[in-house]
Design a protein around this ligand. Structure first.
Ligand code: BG6
Length: 465
C-alpha cells in the first residue's frame, strides 16, 4: 500500500534538553524537577549512564545537526532547560554560557536547513522554585515563568518561529499528586487540579506576552491526550470513557483551544472538592489567549471499563472513581515499554480533534518506539537493523495520512526521538532513536536502518507499507 505525503507536511524528530544535554557546565543550584527526582530514591542509571552525561548534546550537537541535515529532517524539536537558563530565578539573572549554547544550537540548525521548534518546559521546572514556592501551586511561579518566556522570546524570537509552553503539562502532577509515585510523594488531588489550571493560565499569559512583542511566529502547547476506548457500548462503559476523556484530555483541550472550561468539569471539580477557584480576570486571560496550534504526543490507546466499586466517603479523589482500566485480550504489546501498540490511535485522535476542535491546527509532536537490547539487532557492519521501528512508524503514519487525506488539520509528524536519549523512567535502557548513541564507544553516533528509511520517506514523500 502506498500513501503520498503532502509537500509541506512536516517530517521531523524531537528530544528535550534534559534528556540530551548532560550536566557539563551546570552550576550549583541549577537542578530541575527531573534532577531532583532522579537523585531521589527512584532514580535508575543504566550501566552507569544517566542524565549527567545524557548524549552530551551540550558538546556534540554539531555532529547531531549534521546527521539531521543528512536525514533531511524538516524540523527538530527540543526544549530550553529553564533550570539552567538562570543563575538566579527570582532576579532573572541569565546564565550567559547556557544562553549562548542555545544560540549556537539554533544557529546550527538554521544553517543546516532544519527548522527549530522550542519548548519552554519539558519537566524542567527549577527545583529551587519547587522548594521555595511549591512549584506550580504558586502564582509567583507563573509570574517568573512568564518573565522567563519573555526573555527567551526577545533573545531567540527573530529565528525561532514555533514555540511550545509545556511538554505534557499533566504528567508531573499526575505522577506526584494523584498517584504519589514520584518525589515529593504527596497525594493531593486538589493540588493536581490546581497545577493543571496554573499551567493553562501560564500558557495563556505567555501567549499574551508573545503577541505583545509582535513577533512573526506562533505559540502552542504539547499535550498528551489519550485516545480512550470503552470496553463495550454499554452506557456504563461509555460513561467511564467519557469521564476519563473529560478529566485527562478536555481539562487542557477546552480552555487552551476554546478558551473556556467545560461546565461539566467545573461541576465535577466542585462536587469532588478539587475546584481551583479561578478569578474572573484569570478566566478572561484564558479566553483571550487561546493557542495558535497544538503538539499532540501519541504512543498508546487507553482502554477503560465501568468502575465496579463505589467511592467511599472521605477517600481522596482520583479520576478512577469513574473508570477502571480494561485489559484487552490479545492486544499487541511493546514489551520493552509495557505499552500497547495500536496504530489506529493516529486516525481516531485526528477524527476526535476534527470533531471537537474543527478550527485547531496541530501536529504530532511525538510518536515512536522504545526498545531494550537493540544492540542484539546489529548486522555484521555494526548497524542496528530496527525493522520493528520502521514498521511501527510506517503503521502509525499510514493512519495519520489517511486522516489528513480526509481533511484533518494535521501539519506534520515528529518522531521521538532523533537520537537515543535518557528517559525519565529508565535512563538509556529503552532506545528510541533513529541514531544510536553507542555508550560503549565514547557516545559515538551511528545511524540505524530506520534513519535511512526515514530519509527516503522525507525525500520521496511516499510511504510504502
Ligand atoms: C513522552 C515524553 O511522553 O514519552 C518524553 O515527552 C519521553 O520525555 C517519551 O522520553 C518516552 O517515554 P519513556 O518514559 O519511555 O522515555
Amino acid at each position: 500500500m502506498q500513501y503520498s505525503i503532502p509537500k509541506n507536511f512536516i517530517l521531523g524528530a524531537a528530544s528535550s534538553a534534559w534528556q540530551t544535554e548532560g550536566w557539563s557546565g551546570k552550576k550549583d543550584g541549577q537542578d530541575s524537577y527531573l534532577d531532583a527526582w532522579f537523585k531521589s530514591e527512584h532514580f535508575v542509571w543504566h550501566k552507569g549512564y544517566g542524565p549527567d552525561i545524557a548524549t552530551n548534546f551540550m558538546h556534540q550537537f554539531p555532529e547531531d545537526v549534521a546527521l539531521m541535515a543528512d536525514i533531511h529532517l524538516t524540523h527538530y524539536r527540543t526544549s530550553i532547560n529553564w533550570s539552567r537558563f538562570f543563575t538566579d530565578y527570582e532576579n532573572l539573572v541569565v546564565d550567559e554560557d547556557y544562553a549562548q549554547h542555545i544560540d549556537d544550537v539554533i544557529n546550527a540548525l538554521l544553517a543546516a536547513g532544519v527548522e527549530p521548534m522550542i519548548c519552554l518546559e519539558h519537566y524542567e521546572l527549577p527545583k529551587y522554585l519547587m522548594d521555595k514556592y511549591d512549584g506550580w501551586s504558586s502564582k509567583k511561579v507563573i509570574e517568573l515563568y512568564v518573565a522567563y518566556a519573555e526573555i527567551v522570546f526577545k533573545r531567540y524570537g527573530d529565528r525561532v518561529k514555533h514555540w511550545f509552553t509545556f511538554n505534557e503539562p499533566i504528567v508531573v502532577q499526575t505522577r506526584v499528586y494523584l498517584d504519589a509515585l514520584r518525589w515529593p510523594h504527596e497525594q493531593n488531588p486538589k493540588k493536581w487540579m490546581l497545577w493543571n489550571f496554573h499551567k493553562t493560565l501560564a500558557t495563556a499569559k505567555v501567549i499574551a506576552v508573545y503577541r505583545s512583542l509582535d513577533l512573526d511566529g506562533r505559540v502552542g502547547c504539547i499535550l498528551n491526550p489519550e485516545m480512550v476506548y470503552p470496553r463495550s457500548s454499554s452506557a456504563a462503559d461509555q460513561a467511564a470513557a467519557h469521564y476519563y476523556d473529560l478529566l485527562y484530555n478536555k481539562v487542557f483541550f477546552d480552555p487552551m483551544v476554546k478558551g473556556v472550561y467545560p461546565d461539566e468539569l467545573i461541576h465535577l471539580c466542585r462536587e469532588n472538592d478539587i475546584y481551583f477557584d479561578p478569578t474572573a480576570e484569570e478566566l478572561q486571560i484564558i479566553k483571550d489567549n487561546t493557542v495558535d496550534f497544538l503538539g499532540i504526543n501519541q504512543y498508546y490507546p487507553k482502554r477503560v471499563k465501568s468502575q465496579r466499586f463505589a467511592w467511599r466517603a472521605g477517600e481522596p479523589f482520583h479520576p478512577s472513581k469513574y473508570y477502571e482500566d480494561f485489559d484487552l485480550p490479545g492486544k499487541q504489546m511493546n514489551s520493552s515499554r509495557g505499552w500497547e501498540i495500536y496504530p489506529q490511535i493516529m486516525y481516531d485522535m485526528a477524527m476526535y480533534l476534527t470533531d471537537n476542535y474543527p478550527d485547531l491546527t496541530w501536529l504530532v509532536a511525538e510518536n515512536g518506539m522504545g526498545r531494550e537490547q537493540e544492540t542484539d539487532y546489529k548486522d555484521t557492519t555494526g548497524v542496528i537493523q530496527d525493522d520493528y521501528r520502521i514498521d511501527f512508524i510506517g503503521q502509525h503514519l499510514s493512519y495519520l495520512l489517511k486522516a489528513v487525506d480526509q481533511g484533518a488539520k494535521c501539519e506534520g509528524y515528529m518522531l521521538w526521538a532523533f537520537t537515543d536519549c535518557v528517559s525519565p523512567m529508565n535512563a538509556f535502557k529503552n532506545r528510541y532513536g533513529l541514531v544510536e548513541i553507542d555508550l560503549e564507544n565514547g557516545l559515538k553516533r551511528q545511524k540505524k536502518a530506520s534513519a535511512n528509511w526515514y530519509r527516503s520517506l522525507i525525500t520521496d514523500r511516499v510511504l510504502t507499507i
